[in-house]
Each structure stands twice: as C-alpha cells, then as structure tokens.
Design a protein around this ligand. Structure first.
Ligand code: ADP
Ligand code: MG
Length: 303
C-alpha cells in the first residue's frame, strides 16, 4: 500500500493468542495490498485494467464488493469520488515529479464512474471506454482496516487500534480512556492541528502532503478532481469520523475534492458521520455536530 500499517490490540494476561493473531492481521493486509495493487502485474486489479476495456471480466466477490461500494461513493458524491480518476492519474509520477503530457491528459474523457459496468449476478465487470483505468487507492486502505478489525472482532478482542496510512479504526476504549487520534498540521511535519478523543469508531484523513511535488510554484498531489484530471484544490486536509473505515476513507477523498462548503454540506446529510476540513487558507472547518470543538480550539490558541 506504500504506507505504514499499525495493528495494536489488548488481550488478558492469560491469553496466549497474541503473536498468531497479529500474524493473521498482517497477512490480511498483505493479501489485500497484493490483490488490489494497480502496480503489480499479477494483481486481480491489474487483470481488470488489462482486459475489461475489451470484454466482460470475471471478478472475485471481494473485488465486486469494492467496485460496488466505489460506485455508491461516486453516486453519493455526484462524481467527486471516482475510481476512474486513474485514467489520467496513472500518468502522474509523484516521486519523479512527472505530469501527464497534453496527449495523456486527453484521457480525462475516460474519467466517469459510469464507464465501469458491473454485473453483480454474473460477477463480471467491463469498461465502456478502452482508456478507462481504475485505481482503488481512495477506498482500499479503509477496506483493509475494516477486514483486520473483523478478524479481531471474530477473535473476541475488545480493545484494538488498526491503521493503514491515514485510515484508522479503533475498537472499544483504551483501558477506560478514549483513544486519542491526532489530525496532522498539513504544513508542519510533526505538528498536530486537532486531537480527537475517540471510542469505537473509524477515522480517515486525506491530505495534500502525502504524495506531492511542486513545479513552478504549484503543488501537484495525489487526489484528483475527476472533472479536470488535475489535483483538487479545495482543501489541505480532510478528516472524516464514522462507523467504518471503508466509508470514512472514501468520504475523506470525496470531501477533499468537493472542498469545505460542498463537502461539509454533504457530511451534514449523513447521520453518524463528522468531518474536519483544513481549508487552503489553513482555516479549520467542522461539520455541524462537531462545531462545539471550534470553541475549544480558539481558547487554547489564545493561551
Ligand atoms: P491517502 O492515500 O493519503 O490516505 P486518500 O484516502 O484521499 O489519501 O486516498 C488518495 C488516493 O485516492 C490516491 O492516491 C488515489 O489512489 C485515489 N484517488 C485520487 N483521487 C481520487 C478521486 N477523485 N476519487 C477516488 N479516488 C481517488
Ligand atoms: Mg480516503
């Protein structure tokens, strides 16, 4: 996944399952990374990208599930979340500082989630345009976190924290205290913008500082606006709090693309979901049910 994975859980002293359980969790992360990496030639996702532009391709239950959830995320967001962003996104290289050429940029016409046709009964997928290229990077880390949490829940673990990059989920509280999850200051390497005390929830952050390069004073980063194929400029970071990480992961990318006004308006329609947006000007904005937090923040900065 190109990112750091963290799994932490607590067992009774007499419970000796720890090492084996930890290994199962890490293996699950590896498995998902392998299956849905667009970079590995032998991944299931690469097979889809190679063949689905020509004909229907059979997919696993798990890939079908992810494709359907991605489609739901696209519909919910009016197309701001769109796994076909990669039709152009594949031509960026953030390590090398490479932008798509004007010719490659023309594939923006192939960015449209409706071009990924799904047959849930036959478990098949097809691309309506041969230039379509799919990348699940906006949802797969959350999915992996939820799967690992599922393993821990099945093992009756009640206290745990699992994260993959900016996507985390916590089970229970940490021995009577809430877990604290920090929202990074988008422009200071070790700075923290907000600390959230949380119990039994998922949290995802999308930031423009994760993978980026600068060229002629412009920051190019890894979250693309599907309308333009260019980096989204509506936020510096977006944090979503909600019940599961697959949902919070896709929503953090979504709100990043939509920007603070439209993004928070969407979040305010979704029960049980909250958001914190750091705007391009560095201002903190909160969804309606978190607004009391903004008062705290002000008093502590005046100290
Ligand atoms: P992070 O990778 O930093 O956790 P995100 O959860 O926002 O951040 O995921 C960013 C990834 O989402 C990108 O690396 C890319 O794979 C994918 N992505 C970029 N733009 C979009 C988009 N508009 N819709 C869906 N996925 C996207
Ligand atoms: Mg995300």
């Amino acid at each position: 996944m190109g990112t750091r994975v963290h799994v932490e859980f607590w067992l009774d002293d007499a419970d000796s399952r720890g090492p084996a359980l930890l290994e199962r969790c890490m293996n699950e992360m590896w498995r998902i990374d392998h299956a849905f990496s667009p970079m590995r030639d032998d991944s299931e996702l690469s097979r889809l990208n190679r063949d689905a532009g020509r004909d229907w391709v059979e997919v696993s239950d798990e890939l079908m599930d992810l494709l359907q959830r991605s489609r739901a995320a696209s519909e919910r967001s009016g197309g701001a979340f769109d796994i076909t962003f990669a039709s152009v996104g594949r031509y960026y290289d953030y390590r090398q500082g490479r932008l798509p050429t004007p010719e490659e940029k023309k594939a923006v016409a192939a960015i449209n989630y409706r071009f990924v046709e799904l047959d849930g009964v036959k478990r098949q997928a097809r691309f309506a345009d041969p230039r379509v290229y799919v990348d699940l990077g906006g949802i797969a880390k959350g999915w992996a976190v939820d799967r690992v949490i599922g393993i821990l829940q099945a093992a009756r673990v009640r206290t745990a924290s699992v994260s993959a990059g900016g996507d985390s989920r916590i089970l229970g509280d940490r021995l009577g205290q809430p877990w604290t999850v920090g929202v990074r200051d988008p422009r200071k390497a070790d700075g923290v913008a907000v600390l959230l005390p949380l119990v039994d929830t998922a949290v995802s952050t999308s930031g423009d500082y994760e993978r980026f390069f600068e060229k002629d004073g412009v920051r190019y980063h890894h979250i693309l606006d599907p309308k333009t194929g260019d980096s989204a400029r509506g936020a510096m970071s977006v944090t979503i709090i909600g019940p599961d990480a697959t949902l919070t992961d896709s929503l953090s990318t979504t709100v990043f693309v939509l920007g603070a006004d439209k993004g928070l308006a969407l979040i305010d329609t979704l029960p049980g979901i909250d958001a914190i947006v750091i705007t391009p000007a560095g201002e903190l904005r909160y969804s309606r049910s978190l607004e009391p937090l903004s008062g705290h923040r002000e008093s502590s900065t005046r100290e």
